[in-house]
Each structure stands twice: as structure tokens, then as C-alpha cells.
Design a protein around this ligand. Structure first.
Ligand code: COA
Ligand code: AMP
Length: 639
């Protein structure tokens, strides 16, 4: 490595913070704008910053048409690999693989955009996409982008009520869904969930486009539901509609501290510039590489690095319908790496922990040729040093733990292997990514010295690609993220920056928990449990779990005189599954006499968490009644 490259990170970071206009103005030149921006950053309505406000482009054009126009139409754009199809749900012995070149994907997207336009979808309309990991989900997202419509993908593991909440908030013109999802032990009928959600929602949806999967076909509602294939009949391909850089590309709902999810809004221009920059500099990916993010299109990782990032950078993206284990075995990931000659791989540490549990030595990897792989990226939760070391040993490649959030849309801290690879410190997400001016503040907002833990915050303005606001909730956006520390975005993560400038992310400071890389709000779970007629009050805490990182545990206080504790626990568990969805993995709950609280009435969640994790805890000075905490400790110990 030459001196210039060694200094590349420091120079990029410095320029991105001292002169963000110059830095991102240069990065924006990588895109083909319909109208190039003259202004890079509009600060006039701070804290609502806008990137490239007078530029016009279309993200779908940039992700597909541009590459075809440049002569790369025959290159593979999307490889879909399903370990779940092929008639053997449990074993998935013969994966079903489909491949689309850039030209084929462009044509399919243009035609589906024509179908959506014929159904009345135009620029600015919202479209909810409720689909499993099928290639049509990517087609649907890109077709919306092509029209300037705003997609909102809802993860398939969410139940009808969660879908209804999102329908009411986004007020979509149309919903696109599939008949079913495929899980290792069952087929998930999506359509009844969609029907129930539309029944519950107050916002009326006139049209649903349904993709029938042969594994489980759906019954259609006449006059409302249109089959995917029928929607395409007599349709003309639709060109990409030029939109303002600041025009919303998508809304992605994520958990906050209450049951009302937050709709993160991202734009066309800033998002495309940031993702394109990250593909080179963070991931070290080159056009023509094969990039695989083993996530789900329903999560931000799926949006950014299954769909948009790799396609904007002319990579081949791999979309995998399956699990790391059990489809059919602990070699599932290695098989995908070999079959598609994957160069860059991205997943969550929980997936590697699941493999390690079944195959502790990682011996299954010996049966596969994973030699095309250059780097493994892990994110979604704190990566424990064991998992980092194990995955590096098994795959024989550098492993990068990088930190980001649904809100940020791309990494906040990473080892930027494409710009300048740094020495790895296990337990650290390495250094702030250019554009992210990270600082550590105490609760009073005072800057903390190196190695002192505090609130991780990013100085405003945030770089392109970060959230613009929350859908229909500007005030909530300001209050949630920008008010606690003036001039900064509060990440709600606690951590420290060490003397070498490495970022160590330790824990959330709010009620958000991370279950198998899925973000959940304990407040949302509590709302469901508290609605049970026999429950007087409850608390849900995230407890450490070897595989999933955290699992939610419920403590239930019953109404006086209620003697059906065991039944109430079972009912609460099934109610959470029905209302939030199986992905909450809520399986542990107990009845307690009282919840331990402070004198001001706050449940002592932090202390409860320490107890449940078997860690030392101190009696809080503010406790209302010490005996309540000792009683709860006995119950927790008995679990
Ligand atoms: N549709 C319907 N149900 C779903 C679903 C979907 N898309 N995804 C998960 N579920 C269900 C599962 O079937 C399971 O149901 P069950 O209670 O009947 O068994 C439940 O939700 C919990 O799912 P999950 O947390 O995924 O547990 P798992 O045991 O099936 O798998 C892992 C565990 C670790 C293998 C898996 O979670 C994984 O691969 N995680 C990677 C995380 C990830 O992609 N994160 C995104 C950020 S990078
Ligand atoms: P999500 O919005 O689902 O991506 O979840 C974001 C949260 O996951 C962050 O706020 C962190 O708490 C956690 N997280 C993600 N990546 C990391 C990481 N590399 N290290 C520590 N925590 C992480």
C-alpha cells in the first residue's frame, strides 16, 4: 500500500466534514443526472437539509437503463436463489435459481411500471409491497421508483395488524403482494394477512396486485385483486420519469419506542450518490462483481444492498430465499457463495452464530469452493469478537463489522476496505465513515474524551442517503432525533471512541431491542400484552441470547383476583405472534406480583435486564420499594 492510499481515509474524512459540498459534489458526478445539480446542499431550512435540490434524476434509470445504454445489457443483474422452492420445504435439496441480465431486468421493470401506471399509479403515490424474497419484489420496488411512486416494503414476518398500521400511515394507492412466503417448516399465507390488514385499516385500498406462487395460491377478492400476469396484459413499457433529487424514493417503517412505527423517508438523489460511493469505498466492490447481502428486502439492508447499491454500481446482486441452517444444512451459505461466485458477502452476526451452533468447527465449508469471496461484512447488531474470529477463520477472508441503522441507510462506522483497510479491533466497528462526524456526548451534551462511554451522536448536516424525515411526521422526526442534543443526530446507541479513533457501539439507550438482527420495540410488545383483559401492567425486556443476540421476555402483573396466570401467559404469547408477528420470537413470559419501579413510577428495565442476563446489579437509589425487586429476582432466577 502506498502512502497516498494509507492517508486516503483521513483525507476523505477531513474533506467530508470540513467541505461536505465539495466532497459530495464530486461523488455526485458518478451519476447520470437528467439535470445536473448546481447546488449541492441546501441548508436554508435546517435542520431539514436537502442534498442536490435542483438536480433531476431517476434512481431506476440509474440502476438499470444507464448500464444497458452503456453496453452492459447482457451482464447479469439479479440472481435469485431459492433454497425453499422445488417441493422440498424442509430440505430444499435442489435450489431453484433464476437469472436476469440488466436488459431483461430493465424490460421487466419497465413493463411492470407500465402496468402500475395503467392501474393509476403516478408520481408521488405510495405503493405498499408485502412480499417474500421473490425477484418480483425487486421488480416492484424498481417499477415504483421508475414512476416516481414511493414504495414502502413491509417485511413478511409481520402480522396483519402491523401491516394495517403501515397502510394507514402511508395511505397507499395500491398494494402489491404475493400469495405466500416459504419458511422451513411452513408456508406463510400472505393473502389472508393482507385481507385482514385491509379490513382493519381505515385507509381504503382500491387495487391489490397479487403474485400467485404455485406453492400456495391465494383466493382473490373480485373487483379489487388483480393477478400480476393479468396486470401486464396489453401494457406498454414505461420510461423512467425524471424526478427532483429530493423526491421521496421510499418509506421504510422501523420500530421506535411506541407501537406506532416510524416511516423513514429517503430521497432519489442523495440516496443514489451515497450508495454508489459506499460500494467502492466501504465495500471495495467493482462494477461486474457479484454482491450478496443475505438479508430480506423488508429491511434496510435489503433495500440498500440487495437492491439499490449493487445495481447502481453495476454489480450482480444475489437474492437468497432460505436460511443459513436447515435449508438443507449448515453449508447453505457456502453453497450460495460457490454457486454464484460471490465476491462480497454481507449478513448479520446472528446468521453465523446459527451456523456455528450446528457446525461448531465450520467443517461444511470444506465441501465448497468459496475462493471468489474477498470480504465478509457483518452488521445489524454488535458483533461479538468470537463470531468475528470464527467467521474469518472459516471463510479465510477479512471480516468487517460495520455499524448502521435503518435511519442512516448506509454505514456510519466501518473499515473502509475500498478506500484504506485498517487494522481490525474485535468489538469495534472501526472508524466513522466519511460524512458521519461522530462524537460522544454525556447526558448533558458535553463532549466526552477518548474511551469514555456516552451517547453516540452525528453532527449535522447528515450526509446524503440518511433519512430526510419521518413520513407525515416532521415534528416527530425533530423530536426523536434532533432535539436531545442540539446540532446533532442522536443515534440512540451508546458507545465510545478510543484513542485511535475507533468506534465501539455497546448498546441501545432506548427500548429498541435486536432479535436475530431484526429490530423490535419493547414498547410495541408491551402495548399488545397490556391490552389483554387480565393484565394490569407489564414490562418487556431484551435478554441476551447465544444465537439471536437478544430475546424479548415479558413480566406480567395480573388484575387482582385473576387466578389463570398460566393461561394468560400463553394467551399473551399468542397475541404477540398474531399482532406483531412470528419474527418477534416472543416465547418467554412470567407473572410477577408487582413491577419494580422508581419513585417517579418508571419501570427499572435496566436493572431487570442485568438480572435476567445474570450480571451484577446494584439497588437503584431511586427505587420505590426494594422488596419488589427482590421478589422479581426470585421469579427470574427460577426461569
Ligand atoms: N415471513 C414469515 N415468517 C417469518 C419470516 C418471513 N419473512 N421470517 C421469519 N419468520 C418467522 C420464522 O419462521 C420464525 O417462526 P417460528 O416461530 O414459527 O419458528 C420466526 O419468524 C422467527 O424467525 P427468525 O428470527 O428468522 O428465526 P429463525 O429461527 O427462523 O432463524 C436466523 C434464525 C438467525 C437463522 C435468522 O433469523 C437469520 O438468518 N437472520 C439473519 C438476520 C437478517 O437477515 N437481518 C437483517 C439485517 S442484516
Ligand atoms: P436496524 O435499524 O434494524 O438496522 O438496527 C439498528 C441498530 O442495530 C443500531 O442502532 C444498533 O443498536 C444495532 N447495530 C447495527 N449494526 C451494529 C454494529 N455493527 N455494532 C453494534 N450495533 C449495531
Amino acid at each position: 500500500m502506498g502512502d497516498d492510499q494509507r492517508r486516503a481515509y483521513a483525507a476523505a474524512f477531513e474533506r467530508s466534514t470540513t467541505d461536505p459540498e465539495a466532497f459530495w459534489g464530486d461523488a455526485a458526478r458518478a451519476l447520470r443526472w437528467f439535470e445536473a445539480p448546481r447546488t449541492v446542499l441546501d441548508r436554508s431550512e435546517a435542520p431539514f437539509y436537502r442534498w442536490f435540490p435542483d438536480g433531476r434524476l431517476n434512481t431506476c434509470f440509474e440502476a438499470l437503463d444507464r448500464h444497458v445504454e452503456d453496453g452492459h445489457g447482457d451482464q447479469l443483474a439479479l440472481v435469485h436463489d431459492s433454497a425453499m422452492q422445488g417441493g422440498n420445504l424442509r430440505g430444499g435439496a435442489t435450489p431453484v435459481v433464476t437469472r436476469r441480465s440488466y436488459r431483461e431486468l430493465r424490460d421487466e421493470v419497465a413493463l411492470f411500471a407500465g402496468a402500475l401506471a395503467k392501474l393509476g399509479v403516478t408520481k408521488g403515490d405510495r405503493v405498499i409491497v408485502y412480499m417474500p424474497m421473490v425477484p418480483e419484489a425487486v421488480v416492484a420496488m424498481l417499477a415504483c421508483a421508475r414512476l416516481g411512486a414511493i414504495h414502502s416494503v413491509v417485511f413478511g414476518g409481520f402480522a396483519a395488524h402491523e401491516l394495517a398500521t403501515r397502510i394507514d400511515d402511508a395511505a397507499p394507492k395500491l398494494v402489491i403482494a404475493a400469495s405466500c412466503g416459504l419458511e422451513p417448516t411452513r408456508k406463510v399465507a400472505y393473502k389472508p394477512l393482507l385481507d385482514a390488514a385491509l379490513e382493519e385499516a381505515s385507509h381504503p385500498v382500491e387495487t391489490c396486485v397479487i403474485l400467485q406462487r404455485p406453492e400456495l395460491e391465494a383466493t382473490l377478492v373480485s373487483g379489487r385483486d388483480v393477478l400480476w400476469g393479468d396486470a401486464l396484459a396489453d401494457v406498454e413499457p414505461h420510461p423512467a420519469v425524471p424526478v427532483e433529487s429530493t423526491h421521496p424514493l421510499y418509506i421504510l417503517y422501523t420500530s421506535g419506542t411506541t407501537g406506532q412505527p416510524k416511516g423513514v423517508v429517503r430521497d432519489h438523489g442523495g440516496h443514489a450518490v451515497a450508495l454508489r460511493w459506499s460500494m467502492d469505498n466501504v465495500y471495495g466492490a467493482h462494477p461486474g462483481d457479484v454482491y450478496w447481502a443475505a438479508s430480506d428486502v423488508g429491511w434496510v439492508v435489503g433495500h440498500s444492498y440487495i437492491v439499490y447499491g449493487p445495481l447502481l454500481h453495476r454489480c450482480t446482486t444475489v437474492m437468497y430465499e432460505g436460511k443459513p441452517v436447515g435449508t438443507p444444512d449448515a453449508g447453505a451459505f457456502w453453497r450460495v457463495l460457490e454457486d454464484h461466485r460471490v465476491n462480497v458477502f454481507f449478513t448479520a452476526p446472528t446468521a453465523f452464530r446459527a451456523i456455528k451452533r450446528v457446525d461448531p468447527e465450520g467443517s461444511a465449508v470444506k465441501d465448497y469452493d468459496t475462493s471468489a469471496l474477498r470480504t465478509l461484512f457483518l452488521a445489524g447488531e454488535r458483533c461479538d469478537p468470537d463470531t468475528l474470529a470464527w467467521s474469518g477463520r472459516v471463510l479465510g477472508v477479512p471480516v468487517v463489522d460495520h455499524w448502521w441503522q435503518t435511519e442512516t441507510g448506509w454505514p456510519i462506522a466501518a473499515n473502509l476496505v475500498g478506500l484504506e483497510a485498517m487494522p481490525v479491533k474485535p468489538g469495534s466497528a472501526t472508524v466513522p465513515v466519511p460524512g458521519w462526524d461522530l462524537q460522544v456526548l454525556d447526558d448533558e451534551g458535553l463532549r466526552q474524551p477518548a474511551d469514555v462511554i456516552g451517547n453516540l451522536v452525528a453532527k449535522l448536516p447528515l450526509p446524503p442517503g440518511a433519512l430526510l424525515s419521518l413520513w407525515n411526521a416532521d415534528a416527530r422526526y425533530v423530536e426523536t432525533y434532533l432535539t436531545r442534543f442540539e446540532g446533532y443526530y442522536a443515534t440512540s446507541d451508546a458507545g465510545y471512541i478510543d484513542g485511535d479513533g475507533y468506534v465501539h457501539v455497546m448498546a441501545r439507550t432506548d427500548d429498541v431491542i435486536n432479535v436475530a438482527g431484526h429490530r423490535l420495540s419493547t414498547g410495541a410488545l408491551e402495548e399488545v400484552i397490556a391490552a389483554h383483559p387480565d393484565v394490569a401492567e407489564c414490562a418487556v425486556i431484551g435478554v441476551q441470547d447465544k444465537t439471536k443476540g437478544q430475546l424479548p421476555w415479558g413480566l406480567l402483573v395480573l388484575n387482582a383476583g385473576c387466578a389463570r396466570g398460566d393461561d394468560v401467559v400463553k394467551e399473551a404469547i399468542s397475541e404477540v405472534r398474531a399482532k406483531i408477528g412470528p419474527v418477534a420470537a416472543f416465547k418467554h413470559a412470567v407473572v410477577v406480583d408487582k413491577l419494580p419501579k422508581t419513585r417517579s413510577g418508571k419501570v427499572l428495565r435496566g436493572t431487570l435486564r442485568k438480572m435476567a442476563d445474570g450480571m451484577p446489579w446494584n439497588m437503584p437509589a431511586t427505587i420505590e420499594d426494594e422488596s419488589v425487586l427482590y421478589d422479581v429476582e426470585k421469579v427470574i432466577r427460577a426461569l
